[in-house]
Design a protein around this ligand. Sequence first.
Ligand code: ZN
Length: 252
Amino acid sequence: MKLNKLLVSSLATLALSATLFADAHGTHWGYTGHESSKYWGDLSPEYGTCKKGKNQSPINIVTSKVEHSTADDKLEFHYVTPGIEIINNGHTIQVNVEDGSSIKVDGEEFFLKQFHFHTLSENQINGKNFPLEIHFVHVSKKNHLAVVSVMFDKGLENPIIRKIWDKMPHTVEKGTLLYLDYEEINKLLPKNKDYYKFTGSLTTPPCSENVKWMVMKNQITVSGSETREFLHNMHHHNNRPIQDVNSRIVKD
Ligand SMILES: [Zn+2]
């Protein structure tokens, strides 16, 4: 019994790590042609949730339908460790963060593992896509996932993005070293931390659900040429289209 439990939990951890850090052993998927998002659910039985899930991400957040939450659900950021590694996994550019950074929300602590980028944005606000979206991926001790999303508006060049792009690997490879100070990571968050929250999924196969999503209401800027540089590096857009909201309610 104990052994079974242990096995299950280590398997869960394995699956989670595979999802968070690489997918070298999973079935190939992508954003174009026969591997594109509309086929994900058929590419492998393990990706079935991509097709059958009812709480999939990303979504279009319609602000007139957002319900105000009365709960005391302040989102606290505790990003105090540097980014130490940058990876091109073929689907995105990912920065791995040294252990020790976390958020606290709804009484649960979630530990920051990595952040990565999508162009165009995956989530929408009132039907609008933004040029770039960053996902900060967190895991709790109970293996619950939480993603904080920040949208970029087209505007001034972003010096932190510049610094990350300067180290961006052009081909799929193991991580290369990067040093991004915690203060620089914090600059990738808007000053005003108001957010929309809803339940969703990973936006990439296996599209696992029960992910706590928090989308910042306010944006930071990125220049047009910085976005184009990312797109050029990835060769194509890497945003999954919006999914049906179904019975979910977005709160703020
Ligand atoms: Zn993402």
